[in-house]
Design a protein around this ligand. Structure first.
Ligand code: 3HC
Length: 284
């Protein structure tokens, strides 16, 4: 039986607002924290837009949509997370910012509370080590778009205890997700396999194997993938992929994980994919 009642989410960006929406939709009270009001309001607006999509399709009654929105309390004060039983960190992939947040959360939260990170690549034990409760720290990695994608990776560090893992499994299932257990190595299960595939697709495109449209069409129609690799890169974000690849390469020194020159140059040019209006494709 899960003891989790109130869920805190730090960061109202793409992943954070999706996690907050999913937790509130499953009946949890949610405190969504951001550093400033503008990104907080953007996150709340994004939740409203996503829920409205479900209402429009007849998948969610209007009164339930309103109840979900009512369960999410937005804040810019970390003290409002005090009574959370579980806090999920989904802030920028900046190690120092994450470590500082974990330290503050550890001081603020009750001893039973679990602190998780939604990082896709950062070493979870390094965050756990900033707290006095490394047994209650784990990774909880969601996938984009969070309200739709079924998987959650539960990441066990060398210090995470089984009771913490059991509670996170129960939590993930209450969200309607399917958990899998992964060890604390960069990329966990999905990105360990996905990132080399995406990087190789860039190398193929860079080398002139085929047009970007044909590379994507090939993988969609030939393998039944919902998106082709270059389309998926634009969706995930080229900057995010570049960052994950660098961390994975640093850890494994595997050439498959080395960022291709074109990826680096696109990131330097500000072509980060859908969110910047331009990536492999144009979204303007
Ligand atoms: N909120 C609510 N509904 C949403 C939504 C959102 N944020 N995003 C999509 N949807 C709904 C649509 O309304 C639609 O609903 P319907 O089936 O009832 O009509 C359904 O999802 C499908 O959406 P679309 O018709 O617009 O488009 P698609 O059929 O192409 O589906 C997709 C969109 C679900 C994103 C699909 O293309 C897909 O599964 N793509 C692959 C996504 C993927 O691989 N994600 C993982 C990325 S890796 C990652 O996140 C890890 C990180 O660490 C890098």
């Amino acid at each position: 039986m899960s003891k989790i009642r109130t869920v805190g989410v730090c960061g109202a960006g793409l992943m954070g607002n999706g996690i907050a929406q999913t937790a509130a939709s499953a009946g949890f009270d949610v405190v969504l924290m951001e550093v400033a009001d503008a990104p907080l309001q953007r996150g709340l607006a994004s939740i409203a837009k996503s829920l409205d999509k479900f209402v429009e399709k007849g998948k969610l009654p209007q009164n339930e949509r309103d109840a979900i929105v009512g369960r999410i309390k937005g804040t810019t004060a970390i003290a409002d997370l005090k009574h959370c039983d579980l806090v999920i960190e989904a802030i920028v992939e900046n190690p120092e910012a994450k470590k500082s947040l974990f330290k503050q959360l550890d001081e603020l939260l009750a001893p039973h509370a679990i602190i998780c990170t939604n990082t896709s690549s950062f070493c979870v034990i390094e965050l756990a080590a900033t707290t006095k409760r490394p047994n209650r720290v784990a990774g909880l990695h969601f996938f984009n778009p969070v309200p739709i994608m079924k998987l959650v990776e539960v990441v066990r560090t060398i210090a995470t205890t089984q009771d913490t893992i059991d509670e996170l499994y129960a939590f993930a299932k209450t969200l309607g997700k399917e958990p899998i257990l992964a060890q604390d190595t960069p990329g966990f299960v999905v990105n360990r396999l996905l990132i080399p595939y995406l990087l190789y697709a860039i190398r193929c495109y860079e080398g002139g194997l085929a047009s970007k449209e044909d590379i994507d069409k090939g993988m969609k129609l030939g393998c039944g993938y919902p998106m082709g690799p270059l389309e998926l890169l634009d969706f995930v974000g080229l900057d995010t992929t570049y960052y994950i690849a660098q961390i994975m390469f640093e850890e494994f020194k595997d050439p498959m994980m080395a960022a291709p020159p074109l990826l680096k140059r696109m990131v330097l040019a500000g072509r980060h994919g859908r969110k910047s209006g331009k990536g492999f494709y144009d979204y303007e």
